[in-house]
Design a protein around this ligand. Structure first.
Ligand SMILES: *[C@@H]1O[C@H](CO)[C@@H](O)[C@H](O)[C@H]1NC(C)=O
Ligand SMILES: *[C@@H]1O[C@H](CO)[C@@H](O)[C@H](O)[C@H]1NC(C)=O
Ligand SMILES: *[C@@H]1O[C@H](CO)[C@@H](O)[C@H](O)[C@H]1NC(C)=O
Ligand SMILES: *[C@@H]1O[C@H](CO)[C@@H](O)[C@H](O)[C@H]1NC(C)=O
Ligand SMILES: *[C@@H]1O[C@H](CO)[C@@H](O)[C@H](O)[C@H]1NC(C)=O
Ligand SMILES: *[C@@H]1O[C@H](CO)[C@@H](O)[C@H](O)[C@H]1NC(C)=O
Ligand SMILES: *[C@@H]1O[C@H](CO)[C@@H](O)[C@H](O)[C@H]1NC(C)=O
Length: 381
């Protein structure tokens, strides 16, 4: 999935032309957006497509020396005044001055708000700022989210997460307060007091951008939130909101595909309950390691379908890809044979399929799991 490359299409170009309009319409968009890209923490490929500049050469712009790295001495706790609140850590931010008109001409500042990943990944993929900076003579600023990449208090993610009191400062309210400080610092350093700031983010980063604009209206005059599930929280949208969208995506692409998937879960259980059932399933799905329970297989398929729906973008259209595998299997293929054909269509022909593929720990998976637990905790209390 990571390696799958998208090429720009006409519809994207149209999308970008409409963007300046979206900027002005943000308050309306906030009301109407109910997108749900929320389950899968690996948001980078998504941001890659959504905020991408279809015309720029991303790898070369990333490597460009126009991007300069800085570290801001950030305060650990913006909201309390205990002794530990004054502890600091280094927060990374990156500036591209190339197109900037300067503070004297009140040229704007485009600020990309980092999300649940090291900033490097986004920098390689987010072309939106570079694409629009020349026209607006804008300064480009990219700020890393606390607890990711090179902005982790007290060293590694592992260390930070081990210590309850350190972990407690890992939340989105602290993160946008960080962004406020860094942006004010940059304005002061560059004597750019009159330069308006637009904050920009994708997915969770877009939520941060929206919240930033609401909470710090004196710092940002606008926010661009791309593919952002602003209101996707338990008790605001239905509890199964995510899966009902995933299901609908498949149903819209193909009724028979949708029905096959529907029926497959009980087929898996049925196979699993046979003597040697897990061996049969392991063989049917060519799993790299012997399955220990049917949940492993079901979780793998569940995540695969969700990922496909969440990133169902051109030119690949992964939902269509899976369904063409499922529907296109030779006549007479049974349900699980069709499901496996869907896996092969999506993941390509491999010698075996790693059902643990989605479970390997990374900064994003560890950090995001924690952040999501805060979201749901706050809402259920
Ligand atoms: C993109 O940049 C790389 C490295 O500078 C270069 O080798 C490549 O030819 C460029 N591709 C395009 C399409 O301009
Ligand atoms: C900006 O304006 C100030 C005050 O007029 C001036 O001192 C400074 O040199 C100007 N800076 C630039 C880069 O033009
Ligand atoms: C957790 O971190 C705090 C702040 O650095 C430190 O005072 C405390 O001793 C740490 N606790 C443990 C269990 O390591
Ligand atoms: C099943 O359990 C064994 C032993 O713990 C382990 O080596 C294997 O990787 C597990 N299979 C999967 C698919 O996780
Ligand atoms: C399935 O097996 C794995 C070990 O391979 C284990 O971690 C997991 O908890 C098991 N799940 C269920 C539902 O038994
Ligand atoms: C399966 O058979 C039907 C008619 O019996 C036919 O229309 C269809 O093309 C066949 N599909 C495949 C994949 O062979
Ligand atoms: C898939 O790969 C296997 C070997 O790993 C090969 O035998 C088979 O023919 C391939 N299938 C297709 C459709 O390429």
């Amino acid at each position: 999935m990571e390696a799958r490359k998208s090429t720009p299409s006409k519809s994207y170009k149209l999308f970008y032309q409409v963007y300046p309009l979206l900027l002005l319409l943000l308050p309306l968009i906030l009301k109407s957006v109910s997108a749900v890209p929320y389950k899968i923490p690996r948001l980078t490929p998504h941001i890659r497509t959504i905020l991408r500049n279809p015309d720029s050469n991303l790898s070369s712009s990333f490597l460009s020396k126009d991007f300069k790295t800085y570290f801001y001495t950030q305060i650990l706790d913006h909201f309390n005044y205990g002794p530990q609140s004054y502890a600091t850590f280094k927060q990374r931010y990156i500036i591209n001055f190339k197109y900037w008109g300067g503070g004297n001409s009140s040229s704007p500042i485009f600020a990309y708000l980092g999300a649940e990943a090291p900033l490097d990944e986004d920098l390689q993929s987010v072309g939106y700022l570079t694409a629009n900076a020349p026209h607006f003579k804008a300064l480009q600023v990219y700020i890393e989210h606390r607890y990711y990449g090179k902005s982790i208090p007290f060293g590694s993610m592992e260390e930070a997460m081990k210590n309850e009191s350190i972990r407690g400062y890992f939340n989105s309210a602290q993160a946008i307060a960080d962004y406020a400080e860094v942006l004010l610092h940059i304005k002061e350093k560059l004597s750019a007091q009159d330069s308006p700031i637009i904050v920009i983010g994708g997915s969770y980063g877009g939520m941060l951008a929206s919240w930033f604009r609401l909470k710090y209206p004196h710092i940002a005059i606008g926010a661009l939130a791309s593919s952002t599930p602003v209101l996707y929280f338990d008790d605001i949208t239905p509890q199964n909101g995510y899966y009902s969208k995933v299901t609908k995506d498949f149903e819209e692409v193909s009724k028979s595909c949708y029905k096959t998937i529907r029926k497959s879960w009980s087929e898996i259980d049925k196979d699993a309950s046979k003597p040697n059932g897990l061996s049969i399933l392991s063989e049917k799905f060519k799993t790299c390691r012997h399955l220990n329970n049917s949940t492993q297989l079901k979780d793998y398929l569940d995540t695969m379908y969700s990922e496909a729906a969440q990133y169902n973008e051109p030119p690949d259209y992964p939902v269509t890809m899976i369904c063409s595998g499922i529907d296109g299997a030779p006549n007479g293929t049974d349900i699980l044979g069709r499901i496996f054909a869907g896996v092969v269509a999506y993941k390509m022909n491999m010698s075996c399929y790693d059902t643990n593929e989605y479970n390997y720990p990374s900064e994003t998976s560890v950090g995001w799991k924690w952040q999501v637990s805060l979201f749901s905790h706050n809402n259920s209390s």
